[in-house]
Structure formats: structure tokens, C-alpha cells
Design a protein around this ligand. Sequence first.
Ligand SMILES: [Zn+2]
Length: 279
Amino acid sequence: MNRWQIGDVKITRVLESENAFDMTMLIPDATPEAIRAEDWLRPNFADEKGGAKLSIHALALQSQGRRIIVDTCVGNDKRRPGFDTMNMLNTNFLSDLTAAGFARESVNLVLCTHLHLDHVGWNTMFVDGRWIPTFPNARYLMSRAEWEFWGPSKDPAIGDSVRPVFDAGLVDLVETNHRITDEIWLEPTVGHTPGHVSVRISSKGQEAVISGDLMHHPIQLGHPEWKCTFDADPDQGCRTRRAFMERYADQPVLVFGTHFASPSAGHIIKKDGAFRFRI
Ligand SMILES: [Zn+2]
């Protein structure tokens, strides 16, 4: 578990999993040779052989009395055929979340940056043969555009992790620039999905941003033009990624990569025209 403080906002990272990952599944250009060529990625984000590491974690935010979980990972007991490292998990995530000070009943807001299976999983848990909301006292925020895209789909994650919270009356659909507290608001960063958002944090002159999946691994800072297989609109995904990097490079803004391996937070810098991630 890692903790940060941005002004009055407390940020706690709760890890679900951190694994070696074949990046070519996500980004065909991110071969081991290409990763090995970027020596600045070692040792946190890559190894000597060009292997890459990705993390799946939730960020718990405390701001002005709100207790907010950003992205709810893969979840336990979810059938995810075709995704070996995410199928039928049985992790300690929920007890780790409790140990970090976020018992599930104490959470009053859940925010999904988008509705992919690794961002909605702990929205629900399997109890007595059905999926029930994990956070019964929370409002679940999702962007309206995101729901309009995914609502009609037969995606299993929508069925077991999103519809049940709708059925329980816990969802608030919001615009992609929605303000959550005086210190936290959403920024539209579409491309990976049609209603994808990043999360901005600003308090007492300190600044941070949670990327969401507009990028998955720091190597993309070296190659923002590389297309991501899972982007709904790959060209828009590239434009959004580059714009995000330009906006936050060389700024006093702590950047949280939603899948960046530990410690998952750092600064974007631009050197000789190329972006890098500095922890
Ligand atoms: Zn993801």
C-alpha cells in the first residue's frame, strides 16, 4: 500500500495484482526489443530482457468528507474466459481495502474511469448466488457517454459488475467534466472508450491527475503514437494521449498511471522532444 497527500486530499493505493505482462497484447509495437531499448524504464517498469510489468490497483481518495474509490479492479469470482490472469480471481483485495481504512460500508462514492472489466470488478461481489453491490452506501459515478456506449452490450463485465448497481438504484450518470468536490473533478480523455475520463486533484496549490487507461505503461510516453489494440477509437486514443502528455509534462502535477507498476505515481518530463516518466 502507498499513500500520498495532495494538499488536503489523501490518496491511498490498494493493489489487486502486479504481474509481468506481454505488452504486445495491448500495444503491438511494444515488443521486448523496443522495451529493452528504453533503459529509463528499468527497474520499476521493465526488466533487462524487455519484459514489462503492469499493475491493477484502486486509488482511494479522501476529500471534504467524501471517501472515494477510483476504479474497482477485476474483482473476485468473475468468469473472464480468454483473460487467464483475470479469470475467477480469489484475492485479498477487499480485506486489504479494509486494512487500509476503507471498510466497504464506509465508502460513499465509487468512480469508474471507464467500464472495462478491470475497472468495474469490485463494483459487485458474489453472495448467496447473486451479484450485489460491494459498496452499499456509495453512489456509483459513471460518465453518461460511457454508459450509452456499453449499456446495450452483452459484455460479461457489464452484466455482472455494472447492471447490478444500476438495478440497486446506486448509479449517477454524469458528464465527463463533472466536479465531485472543490478539490476533485473529471476531465474527458476519450479514445480508449467513448466516455473515458481522467481524474484531476487540486488542493492548497498541490496538483495531481489519475490517467485512467489513456495509457497503460510508461513506455507509451516514449511512443505516444503507438496504437492500443483495446482503444475503441485508436486514432483518437493517440491524440488524447499526446495531448495529456503535452499538458502535464514539466508541470508540478503528480501523475498516477492507472496500470503503472509500483510506485504508480511520478512526473512526466520532456527532454529533447521526448516524454519520460520520472518517479
Ligand atoms: Zn484497464
